[in-house]
Design a protein around this ligand. Structure first.
Ligand SMILES: [Zn+2]
Length: 142
């Protein structure tokens, strides 16, 4: 479904990663990509995604990726531990070059990461509006 690569902003070389999208985003949320092995330049992470929305499909730069500080785990079928990884990824690109929030998620069962098909896409203003409403509710005296 998704292809990812590192892009050197100095020599413009592309380096495909052979990791899964989950591993690539997980690593990116923990540390910046290593510098370009050819020229030492800074490398960006890009993903190719088809959101099937018409406009803006294609190549996106991953600006940042976050996971909650505390992940939730529970025992699933066959007493196997399931951990939920809800990412908040800021992407840039597409037809209008704007930044927006993409929220893909995985359930990791044992060593297998299962991709949730219904990732949310929102622009910053929409996302901030939702978070602001949650915070308003939390702060309201009961
Ligand atoms: Zn380079």
């Amino acid at each position: 479904m998704a292809a990812q690569y590192f892009y050197c902003i100095q020599c413009h070389k592309k380096y495909p990663t052979h990791h899964k999208l989950f591993d690539t985003l997980y690593d990116f949320s923990k540390m910046a990509p290593e510098d370009c092995p050819a020229c030492g330049g800074t490398r960006e992470l890009h993903v190719n995604l088809d959101f099937q929305l018409g406009a803006g499909d294609g190549d996106f730069k991953v600006v940042s990726a976050f996971l909650p500080g505390k992940l939730e785990s529970w025992l699933g079928e066959g007493e196997e531990e399931v951990t939920f990884y809800p990412f908040l990824v800021v992407l840039e690109g597409g037809a209008n070059g704007k930044q927006f929030c993409w929220m893909p998620y995985w359930h990791v069962v044992g060593k297998e990461a299962r991709y949730g098909q219904h990732a949310v896409c929102l622009d910053h203003a929409q996302f901030e509006s939702l978070i602001a409403q949650v915070q308003d509710k939390v702060l309201e005296p009961v």
